[in-house]
Design a protein around this ligand. Structure first.
Ligand SMILES: Cc1ncc(COP(=O)(O)O)c(C=O)c1O
Length: 394
């Protein structure tokens, strides 16, 4: 067997599943017209799959900060912070994240993916245990692999299963890291944070919560599930990303733990990669201010999310368990999901297609993401196309 034989299976899957002439996983965004509209593969489309929850990608404050940074600091840092030093913007953004969450310290990473890799592999190693929800994002799984720790999965949001698995660990619960997500990326539902914290406290374990999809979305100032529930003190480490509500790229971790800073010296995804560019940092700092004061944006986001969720639910689509900015339509087969995705695209709507094994439980998903920038007319239009397609998706 050669190195390349396994790629034959990928070619075969692409040939059999994907419609001729349409590479769904390699679409070209040729021109961006606005936060919600673009030209994709020669067609004018509505973005309904990007995670631009607060619609900040064209916020004038962010554009102005980005222009200023590129003029004064250039296009990139061309090195890692460990080897080449931190720009004052990196330090300032870390302080602003720490202040935002009222935690002692923060670390900024080059992507949200790396934030999880760095934190998980920095906190745990051989001999430790990581207990994760079965629906965890790939960055959490990859962080676990990089750590060398024992990985145990519990059924999605099933606290009985989680507690049972933790109890079996005996003394090892003290060296166990539990990981959950504020809003899960696959089905858009929230973690039962209160119960998770009670269980982890009872067993002296440590909790990391990924607020990638809940930052800017939940809580009065947009901190995420920790703010909505008032349970921030029960969470040991919070990670998240700039690539969703903040409209940029990068990641962070905040914590009150006195050892957080030491992780910079042991986390390979922090040490061995170039630091976020000045443009990214400057625009993210501006976006964080808008997010924190974005009560009206959050209100609009939730109006839009509830509107789309209730329309699709009335049409009889099987959806994730609760309304939110991620609205996943659950289909029984990849063919059905593909048909729905293609039907939407043919009507100028671009959403996410998620096929097994990326989707949980062997299901296939057509996932919409809602933004505060979507108009009521755009949501009406998307709902009407879902209604038309309902006839062929049985
Ligand atoms: C739950 C979760 N964590 C982390 C990430 C990684 O973030 P990024 O894409 O900004 O690297 C994602 C990305 O989709 C995510 O859904």
């Amino acid at each position: 067997m050669s190195l390349f034989d396994k790629l034959d299976a990928v070619s075969l899957a692409r040939e059999t599943l994907l419609p001729e002439g349409l590479d769904i996983f390699g679409m070209s965004i040729e021109e961006v017209y606005s936060t919600t509209e673009a030209q994709v593969n020669g067609r004018r489309i509505l973005f309904f799959g990007t995670n631009n929850y607060l619609g900040l990608t064209f916020a004038p404050e962010c554009l102005e900060a980005a222009h200023k940074a590129i003029d004064t600091e250039g296009t990139g840092t061309t090195g890692s912070r460990m080897a080449n030093g931190s720009y004052k913007g990196h330090r300032a953004l870390e302080q602003e994240f720490a202040d935002f969450y009222q935690r002692q310290s923060a670390i900024v990473f080059t992507t949200g993916y790396q934030a999880n890799l760095a934190m998980i592999s920095g906190l745990t190693g051989a001999g430790d245990v990581i207990l994760i929800d079965g629906d965890s994002h790939a960055s959490i799984y990859d962080g676990c692999r990089l750590s060398g720790a024992e990985i145990i999965r519990f059924r999605h949001n099933d606290m009985v299963d989680m507690e049972k698995r933790l109890r079996r660990l005996g003394e090892k619960t003290k060296s166990t890291l539990i990981i959950a997500e504020g809003i899960y990326s696959m089905l858009g539902d929230k973690a039962p944070l209160n119960e998770i914290i009670s269980i982890k406290n009872a067993h002296n374990s440590t909790l990391l919560l990924d607020e990638a999809h809940s930052l800017g979305v939940l809580g009065k100032t947009g901190q995420g599930l920790v703010e909505e529930t008032g349970l921030i003190d029960g969470v040991d480490f919070i990670t998240g990303t700039f690539s969703k509500s903040l409209g940029n790229i990068g990641g962070y971790c905040v914590s009150n733990h006195p050892q957080l800073d030491q992780l910079r010296y042991v986390s390979r995804p922090y040490i061995f990669t170039a630091s976020p560019s000045p443009v990214t940092v400057a625009a993210t700092r501006a976006a964080l201010k808008l997010l924190c004061n974005g009560v009206e944006l959050r209100k609009q986001l939730w109006i839009n999310a509830r509107q789309l969720y209730s329309r699709l639910s009335e049409l009889g689509y099987q959806l994730g368990p609760e309304p939110g900015p991620i609205i996943a339509t659950i289909l029984d087969s990849p063919q059905q999901a593909l048909m729905l995705w293609k039907g939407l695209f043919d009507h100028g709507i671009y959403v996410n297609l998620i096929l097994p094994p990326a989707a949980p439980d062997g299901k296939s998903l057509v996932r919409c993401s809602v933004s505060a920038a979507h108009t009521s007319e755009q949501i009406d239009y998307v709902s009407s196309i879902f209604a038309q397609l309902r006839k062929i998706i049985v």
